[in-house]
Design a protein around this ligand. Structure first.
Ligand SMILES: NC(=O)c1ccc[n+]([C@@H]2O[C@H](COP(=O)([O-])OP(=O)(O)OC[C@H]3O[C@@H](n4cnc5c(N)ncnc54)[C@H](O)[C@@H]3O)[C@@H](O)[C@H]2O)c1
Ligand SMILES: CC(=O)N[C@@H]1[C@@H](OP(=O)(O)OP(=O)(O)OC[C@H]2O[C@@H](n3ccc(=O)[nH]c3=O)[C@H](O)[C@@H]2O)O[C@H](CO)[C@@H](O)[C@@H]1O
Length: 428
């Protein structure tokens, strides 16, 4: 197996062609491996095989085109096409259930598919973010399904993905990687495999450590954003502009405060802290409290909206509100756990109408101008580049009332003719 990976004659099956699986499949194909992507969504398979990406990411169209044209990448939804591959990379989603416990059903189904199709000697790698000890549990699941013995008949590792959407193809190459094997040989094989395109450092460890490391990284970010959000809430009480205050605090050599906003979305940060806690006997409060603070931020934006409507004496039930941005972060089309959607859910029964516009996601209106025409309030919920330098005095001419609520600090100077409120902009 080692030689086959070194020579790049090893055949790779990538299970799940989403935001992580597709770029990963493209990278391995363009590094010289024969890659087959297995995906349960037929429409995705069709789109990819015709050379078109179903996700928005810089450079993806060109890199996908190159991989498909070379004949080294193909997508399928037929299990028979992934039989007896040398390497299986599992990249399926690992969301939460409604009660905030991990929903590992996608992972378990994918692992079963691998167990049914793999051969003796295969290397199985889980790239998905998973609760501590899951790789070991999944190795046992494979043993139950096909009778092979982990560590003797097959290799297995966890290779958490750390890429940032919007920079995926750069970070895939230059980020350092943590590879957690169920044994040393598995980690070593994974290292040789990823070295085919990774230029960053590679650190080998055991699978439970790598699972915890990945979850710690995202929990660190979530807790830090919660702290920034709490500072923003305090700034409102003191009449301080939190962004000026953060800028000044961040001049300290050991302080780096994150950015407050309408909330924390995406497939990762809102659920990874819960995955971290999910296998523990006891938790100690901080991680959950940070989650609660971040989950409540859309409600705070609702408070800003209500108070702005009071200022202009417009009853909420008469107000037409236009939400700008549906994606969870700027210049992305991903709406998973988007604070914009939570905000809309909170206000939709209480105002006359909610309109939406997003340059990357289908909203109620096709253009910004159409969405704003005749509306009373604009609420910026996503920091898309497009929203950063808008001429609000001009756009205001289209509106019935001029209220602007900035949930993402994209408006640097509040437009004079507007009632303006922004998260953490205490002085306005
Ligand atoms: N999106 C990110 O920025 C990011 C970054 C780092 C890590 N991660 C982690 O990577 C994992 C994948 O995330 P994603 O954003 O790519 O998810 P995604 O939903 O975009 O992609 C998962 C894909 O797997 C497919 N799938 C589900 N079950 C399948 C099965 N049994 N067989 C074949 N295909 C199946 C789905 O249809 C989907 O297309 C998650 O654990 C996530 O936490 C995501
Ligand atoms: C540790 C880390 O860096 N992990 C990254 C993260 O990627 P992401 O795209 O989910 O991350 P963010 O850009 O942080 O966005 C999340 C949400 O938080 C909001 N936000 C952000 C910063 C801030 O100061 N204030 C905010 O309010 C933002 O608007 C958005 O809604 O998880 C991926 C999957 O595991 C990782 O692979 C990737 O490395």
């Amino acid at each position: 197996m080692k030689e086959r990976i070194i020579e790049k004659s090893a055949e790779i099956a990538v299970i799940g062609l989403g935001y992580i699986g597709l770029p990963t499949a493209i990278m391995f194909a363009n590094a010289g491996f024969n890659v087959i992507g297995y995906e349960i969504r037929d429409e995705v398979v069709k789109k990819l095989n015709s050379g078109n990406s179903h996700i928005v990411e810089p450079d993806i169209d060109e890199l996908l085109h190159r991989a498909i044209k070379s004949g080294r990448l193909r997508a399928t939804s037929d299990k028979n096409d992934i039989r007896e591959k040398d390497v299986y990379l599992i990249c399926v989603q690992t969301p939460l259930k409604d009660d905030k416990t991990p929903d590992l059903s996608y992972l378990e189904n994918a692992v079963r598919t691998v167990a049914e199709t793999m051969k003796r000697g295969s290397l199985v790698i889980i790239e998905s973010t998973i609760p501590p000890m899951t790789t070991i549990r999944m190795a046992k699941l494979i043993e139950e399904v096909n009778g092979l013995k982990a560590g003797e008949d097959f290799y297995m590792a966890h290779a958490p993905e750390r890429v940032m959407p919007g920079r995926i193809f750069k970070e895939l190459v230059y980020n350092s990687r943590i590879l957690g094997g169920i044994d040393e040989e598995s980690a070593e094989l994974a290292e040789i495999l990823y070295r085919s395109f990774v230029k960053g450092q590679i650190f080998k460890t055991n699978s439970t450590t790598s699972e915890m490391v990945k979850l710690m990284e995202n929990t660190f970010r979530d807790v830090n954003i919660a702290l920034a959000n709490e500072f923003a809430l305090l700034a409102h009480q003191y009449g301080v502009d939190i962004f000026k205050a953060i800028e000044l605090a961040n001049t300290h050599p050991r302080v780096k405060i994150h950015t407050p906003g309408i909330g924390v979305g995406g497939h990762c940060l809102p659920k990874d802290p819960y995955l971290l806690l999910s296998s523990a006997k006891e938790d100690f409060g901080l991680v959950k409290k940070a989650r609660e603070i971040n989950e409540d931020m859309p409600l705070f934006v609702k408070d800003l909206l209500v108070s702005a409507l009071k200022t202009i004496n417009l009853p909420p039930e008469d107000a037409i509100v236009t939400v700008l941005g549906l994606a969870y972060k700027g210049d992305s089309d991903d709406t998973r756990n988007s604070p914009a959607l939570f905000f809309i859910e909170e206000i939709k029964e209480e105002v006359k109408d909610v309109r939406t516009y997003d340059p990357y996601v289908k909203g109620t209106h096709e253009t910004l101008e159409e969405a704003l025409r005749g509306s009373d309030v604009a609420v910026i919920a996503t920091d898309h580049s497009l929203f950063k330098n808008l001429n609000w005095e001009e756009l205001g001419k289209l509106m019935r009332n001029r209220v602007l609520i900035d949930g993402r600090h994209v408006v640097q100077t509040p437009p004079k003719s507007f009632v303006f409120k922004g998260i953490g902009r205490g002085e306005y």
